[in-house]
Design a protein around this ligand. Structure first.
Ligand code: PXL
Length: 300
């Protein structure tokens, strides 16, 4: 016990790590652990680590599976967020990026605002307001929750909602692919940044049946940008988490934003492609794992 204590103490108080004296970047990602189902932390942790970035986590809840399964267990961990954060402040920990994903309650959203206030200075604050897809919110959420998520987006540097999440946060009508034009997407992007975030990236944007991609807006420069690739006609759960994790990883590695979006979109597409080729393809998630070598190749 004595020895274990000393080893642990030595690790946490290593001066070089505290001063950020090594070269490796650090991200903290805050979202749930769905123990089975390939989403949130079981996606973010392996992807960001594989990108050569130290990945700290705060699990906000433990679920047996994600909420698309017909039944799941759920243990809320909100009461751990403040004590973890207080300890980290004592340890003077700093992160290059703070990345939030799926959050389960109004309280957790407010705790993230406090976390941004405590750790955000000089760090990239990245919010993926994971709440829904295909015009619908996930079962746990309603419109009031989406409006509250918008108040966290207001505190971020970069947000990357899909069209569904953006529409619920803004109270704008959701339109299916093919039923909207560029003016509709640009209007949403401007309104998203008017919430307070500097940059908004809208995912799942399509202006032609064979193309799918993302369009972004930088409110500081007034610049719009987009990236599309060949659509694979298949939808998988967890692709938003694959995109966000690789995007925040690429940005943290110093890759310019538009290039980072291309890398994240191509990696997500490659994950979908490999899932489609798998005879045992899972219904509940995407095979991002065999696409990791492709991602690392893109980072060279
Ligand atoms: O992939 C988003 C996500 C994360 N966490 C949980 C979810 C979902 C989507 O359904 O249920 C628990």
């Amino acid at each position: 016990m004595e020895v274990r204590k000393r080893v642990w103490g030595a690790q946490t108080s290593r001066p070089q790590a505290l001063q950020g004296g090594n070269e490796m970047k650090k991200i903290v990602t805050i979202q749930d652990i769905s123990c089975f189902g390939k989403c949130s932390l079981t996606v973010a942790l392996p992807i960001i680590s594989a990108m050569g970035i130290e990945t700290a986590i705060i699990p906000t809840a433990v679920l047996s599976t994600h909420t698309m399964f017909s039944r799941f267990t759920f243990k809320d961990l909100s009461d751990q967020i403040e004590p973890i954060s207080t300890h980290w402040k004592e340890e003077k920990l700093r992160f290059d990026a703070l990345y939030t994903g799926y959050l389960g309650s109004f309280e957790q959203i407010d705790l993230m605002k406090q976390f941004f206030a405590d750790f955000g200075e000089g760090s990239l604050k990245f919010v993926d307001p994971a709440m829904g897809d295909n015009g619908k919110l996930y079962p746990a959420f309603d419109e009031a929750f989406a409006k509250h998520m918008a108040t966290l987006c207001a505190k971020a540097d970069i947000i990357d909602p899909n069209l569904t999440e953006a529409c619920f946060m803004l109270g704008t009508e959701y339109k299916e692919d093919g039923a909207y034009d560029e003016a509709y997407i640009k209007d949403i992007l401007v309104k998203l940044t008017a919430l307070g975030a500097k940059i908004a990236i809208l995912t799942g944007v399509s202006f032609s049946p064979d193309k799918l991609g993302a369009m972004g807006y930088n409110s500081e420069t007034g610049e719009f940008f987009s990236y599309y690739n060949q659509r694979i006609p298949a939808k998988y759960h967890g692709t938003g988490d694959v995109f966000s994790s690789s995007l925040v990883g690429a940005i943290t590695r110093g890759i310019p934003l538009q290039e980072a979006i291309k890398i994240a979109a191509d990696f997500t597409r490659q994950s979908i492609l490999l899932t489609e080729q798998d005879p045992d393809k899972p219904w509940y998630g995407v095979n991002f794992e065999p696409a990791i070598p492709y991602l690392l190749e893109k980072l060279k």
